[in-house]
Write a protein that binds this ligand. Structure first.
Ligand SMILES: [Zn+2]
Length: 292
C-alpha cells in the first residue's frame, strides 16, 4: 500500500513537472502559454527556413525544411526559445526547371520574411534567430540582414552561420567517404537526413543521376552569373549520396546543434547588437550631428 502511495505521489510530481514545461513549437502553444513562452525565451524566437526543391533523385523535396526545423527543435530542448512553424518562402529560382520546386517571386519572399519578423516583434519577440537550411538563401539573407538598417526596427535579427568543424568532418568522412562535389544532396546532406528522417531517404537511388560538376562556365573566369549553378549542376544534385551513413549524419547534426545551443545562449544574453542598433538609428536621423 505504501509503495502504491509513493508511486502515486511520484506520478503526480512527474505530471506537474511536465505540465509546467512549455512547448517550444509555436503552433503547440496556447495564447496564455505564448505569453509565458515569450518571457521564458528572453523574447527570442527561432525562424527555421527551408524550401521545396529537388534533392537529387533520392531525397524529399522538403529536405531543407525538415533539417532546419529539426536542428532548431533539438537545440531549444537544451536552451529554451520558441521555434516558428514550417517556413519555406525561399530563394530557389535556379531550380525552377525541376519538378516540385515552389519558387515564389523575389518581391514576395522579401515581403513575407519582413512581415513575419514584424509580426513576431509585434507579438513580443525582440530577438529573432534565422536558422537557414537552404544554400540558395545565403546571398538573399545577407542582403536582407543589411537591409534591416534601412529603417528603425524594434528587434535584432541574428542569422545563424555555423562553422565547419574539421575534426567532425574527418570522422564523418571516415564513416563514409570524401565527396569532392558535396554541396547539395551529396554525402553530407544525405547522411544528415539519414539521422533525421531515415524513412524518407532512398540511398539506393542516389546513383540514378549524376551529381558531378559539369563545369559549363569554366572558361568564364572572374564572372558571376545567376545561371552558374545550372551551368555546373543541372540535375540539381551536387555530390554523391550513395555512401551516406546515419552515424556520420549524427556526428554532423550533433555538432551543428551544439553550435546553435551556444548561439541561442549568447543571443539571449546579448546587449551589444540592440544597443548599437538603437544608437545607429538615432545617429542616422541626423547624420550632421554625428561626431566627425
Ligand atoms: Zn538541401
Amino acid at each position: 500500500m505504501k509503495t502504491i502511495a509513493v508511486i502515486f505521489v511520484f506520478l503526480i510530481f512527474i505530471g506537474s513537472v511536465q505540465a509546467q514545461k512549455l512547448p517550444y513549437k509555436m503552433e503547440e502553444l496556447t495564447a496564455p502559454d505564448f505569453v509565458k513562452a515569450v518571457a521564458e525565451s528572453a523574447e527570442t524566437c527561432i525562424l527555421p527556413i527551408g524550401v521545396f526543391e529537388k534533392h537529387g533523385p533520392h531525397m524529399p523535396l522538403g529536405t531543407d525544411l525538415l533539417a532546419a526545423r529539426e536542428i532548431a527543435c533539438r537545440a531549444v530542448q537544451q536552451e529554451y526559445a520558441v521555434v516558428f512553424p514550417w517556413y519555406y518562402f525561399s530563394q530557389i529560382n535556379e531550380a525552377r526547371h525541376q519538378p516540385g520546386t515552389i519558387a515564389y517571386s523575389p518581391d514576395l519572399i522579401w515581403k513575407i520574411l519582413q512581415e513575419t519578423l514584424d509580426e513576431l516583434n509585434r507579438n513580443g519577440f525582440k530577438k529573432i534567430i534565422i536558422v537557414n537550411g537552404h544554400g540558395g538563401n545565403n546571398a538573399f539573407l545577407n542582403y536582407f540582414g543589411m537591409a534591416q538598417l534601412s529603417e528603425k526596427r524594434n528587434y535584432a535579427l541574428y542569422v545563424f552561420q555555423p562553422s565547419e568543424n574539421s575534426e567532425v568532418v574527418k570522422k564523418a568522412e571516415g564513416l563514409t567517404f570524401h565527396d569532392p562535389f558535396d554541396q547539395h544532396a551529396g554525402n553530407t546532406e544525405t547522411s544528415s537526413m539519414l539521422n533525421i528522417v531515415p524513412q524518407l531517404v532512398h540511398k539506393e537511388r542516389a546513383g540514378e543521376q549524376s551529381g558531378v560538376d559539369q563545369q559549363r562556365m569554366k572558361e568564364l573566369k572572374n564572372i558571376y552569373s545567376g545561371i552558374w549553378w545550372y551551368a555546373r549542376f543541372p540535375n540539381h544534385y551536387s555530390g554523391d549520396g550513395s555512401k551516406a551513413a546515419a552515424e556520420a549524419g549524427k556526428l554532423l547534426n550533433d555538432d551543428e546543434v551544439g553550435q546553435l545551443v551556444e548561439t541561442i545562449r549568447k543571443v539571449k544574453a546579448d546587449k551589444v547588437v540592440p544597443e548599437l542598433q538603437n544608437q545607429f538609428y538615432k545617429d542616422a536621423e541626423n547624420p550632421l550631428k554625428t561626431k566627425q
